[in-house]
Design a protein around this ligand. Structure first.
Ligand SMILES: C[S@@+](CC[C@H](N)C(=O)[O-])C[C@H]1O[C@@H](n2cnc3c(N)ncnc32)[C@H](O)[C@@H]1O
Length: 305
């Protein structure tokens, strides 16, 4: 499968603290990080993984079929708490999330994640839940579409694009990526087409997969499920995700959240995490040279206290 795991060695160096521990990989993808975790674990170690994408789930199930230390679930990582109950796990020794989509999803035209080829306009990782990007464009009010493009794609031209979308759907229904591409080509000069398309597709993808809310839910649950001394490692690929991770880690690491100026602390806050990386770790030039997708990666690590 065509997916080069990002910051592979560094992320797993941080993650593994106990060779016979229990680990969680929330974004199994094509098993790159999972494989490295399994390599480093001893016989009694365990790895529980999830992926929302059917192909990724099936691929990992097959890939590690003979390794009894591995189990994978076709579900979102927000279900980490239910899965830990099913598996009779009280705490994890390390939790990993390598967010976003895999190169396989981006490169497989039928997955509909790329705007470079004509494909169904879907953008859901799990095609059995939620609404597709085409349905969103066909059914949502124009102002709501503008809000989504602005909030999740940081697209300045969001209102003009939303207006064009709502005019277009008076006569045609959206179903293909090429239809959306044509709309963008009418609203931006040619030199901005690809950047605008990236932002618009990112916004729709984040919305239809509920990515930012799911990340917040996952981080809340993950912090509670980590064993003291265990690490949480998160790799993100755009600023909206990275901000959520940074703020959650920072909040958890604070020992006081009283308003400034109070003579004594009254909040009683107890830190849940210690920051291991104050600044995000990014791939070096060599890795970026080999793997373009690594360009935007930022890794943050924290330890449960
Ligand atoms: C960047 S890839 C992970 C690649 C993986 N680390 C590897 O080395 O092969 C991200 C994967 O996370 C999955 N994913 C994204 N959000 C998810 C979520 N909320 N729950 C479960 N899986 C998710 C995607 O379907 C995709 O397969």
């Amino acid at each position: 499968m065509n997916h080069e795991p990002v910051l592979l060695k560094k992320s797993i160096d941080f993650l593994i603290t106990e060779k016979n521990g229990i680990y969680f990989d929330g974004t199994a993808g094509f098993g790159g990080h999972s494989e490295e975790i399994l390599k480093r674990l001893d016989k009694k170690g365990k790895l529980i993984a999830t992926d929302k994408d059917q192909s990724a789930f099936e691929y990992c199930r097959e890939k590690f079929l003979d390794d009894k230390r591995f189990s994978v679930y076709h579900t979102g990582f927000t279900n980490i708490d239910s899965i830990s109950k099913i598996e009779f796990i009280e705490h994890f020794d390390g939790i990993l999330a390598d967010l976003g989509v895999s190169s396989f999803q981006l490169d497989t035209v039928e997955s509909g994640f790329t705007f470079r080829e004509d494909a169904p306009l879907d953008l859901r990782m799990n095609k059995t839940e939620g609404i597709s990007a085409a349905d969103l464009l066909n059914k949502f009010p124009e102002e709501e579409i503008a809000r989504i493009l602005f909030e999740f794609g940081e697209e300045k031209n969001s209102r003009t694009i939303a207006k064009k979308i709502s005019e277009y759907r008076l006569t045609e229904k959206f179903s293909r990526t090429s239809q959306l591409r044509k709309i963008i080509e009418q609203t931006a000069p040619e030199r901005f087409w690809n950047k605008t398309l990236s932002r618009v597709f990112q916004a729709l993808r984040i919305f239809v997969n509920n990515e930012l809310e799911d990340l917040k839910i996952f981080l809340d649950k993950a912090v509670k499920l980590l064993r003291p001394g265990g690490k949480i490692v998160v790799l993100s690929y755009h600023s909206l995700e990275d901000r959520i991770v940074k703020e959650k880690f920072k909040y958890e690491s604070l020992s006081c959240i009283c308003p400034p100026g109070l003579p004594v602390c009254t909040c009683g806050k107890i830190p849940g995490l210690k920051l291991i990386t104050r600044k995000p770790v990014t791939p070096d030039e060599t890795e970026i040279g080999i793997n373009k997708r690594a360009r935007s990666a930022k890794m943050r690590v924290a330890e449960k206290v």
